[in-house]
Design a protein around this ligand. Structure first.
Ligand code: GLN
Length: 235
């Protein structure tokens, strides 16, 4: 069912892919940031949109359902034409050109991605013991947002990680927006590597934005505002 919210008609219409995962939270965050929203389950629903959010959840399930419902191919084609998409967590995995450790289905077939974002991601990268954590991260590129605190020296974002991927490699077209610094106590880890090396957790390339973490669950609105500015061509 399509739900259009009564925002200003000039507000961009942003879809949230509603096949699996944390859909509601993105709808609320987008609306708080000034967008109109609609839930997307079918390829025909893509055409009316100004942008799309791929939520967190389980990337293997979302991948399977996107292919089953025939939405993967048309979405891939739109992304190649410059359609704005923001992916959080599983959504970041779906935008990645490559996964270091793709899950295999019962037939031994690796999970697929939409691609478009020239990054390599590692799933569940922060380890099992501390599979969820929260931390505060400096985030690049929020300077022009309406909700920005003009008195703030650094633009820190509250970031919630839930079985999150990190970005292992970025192509030359990709801008790194945030990293978990080496030695971050919250990231801690079993994944010893997180202690000794900074890990990339937010990136942008053209009209594609991806975060390993979930701004939509904390009341953090600046990432969604940034995405709306990207849609409008203001960022
Ligand atoms: N919170 C999330 O979206 C977790 C992502 C999940 N680990 C995956 O691989 O899809």
């Amino acid at each position: 069912m399509t739900e259009i919210t009564p925002q200003d008609a000039a507000s961009p219409l942003v879809g949230v892919l509603a096949l699996q995962g944390g859909v509601r939270e993105h709808v609320h965050a987008l609306e708080a940031a000034g967008a109109r929203t609609t839930l997307v389950r079918r390829a025909a629903e893509l055409d009316a949109l100004d942008g799309l959010v791929l939520p967190g959840g389980e990337s293997t399930t979302i991948d399977k359902l996107m292919r089953l419902y025939g939405i993967a191919e048309p979405l891939r084609a739109k992304i190649a034409e410059g359609f704005p998409v923001y992916g959080s967590c599983a959504g970041m995995i779906l935008l990645a050109e490559r996964i270091t450790d793709p899950a295999l289905d019962a037939a031994g077939e690796p999970q697929q991605t939409l691609g478009g974002l020239d990054i390599v991601v590692r799933r569940n990268a922060f380890g099992r013991q501390r599979e969820s954590f929260e931390t505060s991260l400096p985030f690049t590129g929020l300077q022009s947002l309406p909700s920005r605190d003009p008195a703030a020296h650094t633009e820190n974002v509250h970031a919630v990680f839930i079985r999150a991927p990190w970005v292992e490699k970025v192509g030359s077209s990709v801008q790194v927006l945030a990293q978990v610094p080496a030695g971050d106590a919250a990231a801690g880890a079993e994944s010893g590597a997180a202690d000794s090396v900074a890990r990339i957790v937010a990136v942008r390339s053209g009209k594609l934005l991806a975060t390993s973490f979930h701004p939509e669950v904390t009341g953090e609105r600046r990432i969604h505002e940034l995405f709306i500015q990207m849609i409008r061509g203001d960022a």
